[in-house]
Design a binder for this molecule. Structure first.
Ligand SMILES: C[S@@+](CC[C@H](N)C(=O)[O-])C[C@H]1O[C@@H](n2cnc3c(N)ncnc32)[C@H](O)[C@@H]1O
Length: 279
């Protein structure tokens, strides 16, 4: 064989079998409610190959043991298979809805009027663009005497830390109007930084939507956008039911534009596509 360069795939990469697809998919389903469809198995394999390259394990069996027993590897795995894509004013009709209908919403929601506060949850906040957009919109549209209390959560520690830092590239100028940039951001080291004032309205936490909800008070607005698509049907339906239970009467529930409640059993009142109210 002299003169020939023989490319050998590493041993571990040659043995990704149906069994591994089942094992890793089941793990994602059990821990996070995430479903890996048939079309996504190639993606799953690629991501696992990448993880294998960066670790000392020699087989997919060993990698499975590592991921299953170490929260660090488990969250790395999750970060690999989910996307954190987001931007400021994403699916902007939702923010327009809040701006335009604020008086109607205040009229419907006794909790806000009685407590002088609005409780808002961005339930899969990724790197923070969604909760900061919401905070700006609420600051602009609510009467000053109503306190804004927001919670922003995500399963991924990495994105929650980024969200809490609130530092963004200059390109956000393409998403955020000058008016908001000047009022709610400042420039430092060639980046945009969210003002402390805006940040102080939001608590950022790591939270898995599959876990029981620990909340003592209801929310007036919940944004649960572009995350249900990852979950299998039953997990989606249960999540919607649990969301309903922690929304105040007259409160709003927003889901992603490509997500729908049509085929799900739920108690929400439809307001417009991807916007619902608890009557
Ligand atoms: C595509 S981003 C959506 C971000 C934002 N809501 C938006 O619409 O722009 C989906 C986010 O869901 C998070 N996620 C996935 N599974 C989750 C779970 N079980 N619990 C909480 N967050 C989860 C991911 O980490 C990711 O940041």
């Amino acid at each position: 064989m002299r003169g020939w360069t023989i490319f050998r795939m590493p041993q571990a990469q040659r043995h990704f079998t149906e069994k591994h697809i089942r094992l890793f998919s089941q793990l994602l389903k059990d821990k996070y409610g995430i479903r890996i469809t048939r079309e996504k198995t190639d993606m799953l394999k690629r991501k696992l190959q990448k993880m294998m390259t960066g670790s000392n394990v020699a087989s997919y069996d060993e990698l499975y043991e590592l991921i299953n027993s170490s929260s660090l590897y488990l969250t790395r795995f999750l970060d690999e298979v989910t996307t954190h894509t987001t931007n400021f004013f994403r699916e902007s009709s939702h923010f327009d809805y809040i701006t335009n209908e604020i008086n109607y919403l205040l009229g419907k929601n006794k909790r806000i009027r009685e407590h002088g506060e609005i409780r808002v949850w961005s339930a899969a906040c990724s790197t923070g663009e969604e909760p900061y957009t919401l905070a700006m919109i609420l600051k602009e549209s609510l009467p000053e005497e109503i306190a804004i209390k927001m919670l922003a959560t995500d399963i991924s520690r990495k994105v929650v830390s980024a969200a809490a830092r609130g530092v963004y590239a200059l390109q956000i100028e393409n998403e955020v109007k000058q008016y908001y940039l000047q009022k709610y951001f400042y420039k430092a080291d060639g980046l945009y930084q969210v003002t402390d004032d805006l940040k102080s309205l939001i608590k950022f936490r790591v939270f898995n939507l599959m876990d029981p909800f620990p909340f003592k008070k209801d929310f007036d607005i919940i944004f649960c956008r572009n995350v249900m698509i990852y979950f299998e049907g039953q997990a989606q339906e249960q999540l919607v039911q649990r969301m309903y239970d922690i929304i105040a009467s007259g409160g709003l529930f927003f889901i992603g534009h490509s997500e729908g409640l049509v085929s799900k059993e739920h108690r929400f009142t439809f307001l417009e596509p991807s916007v619902y109210m608890k009557a």
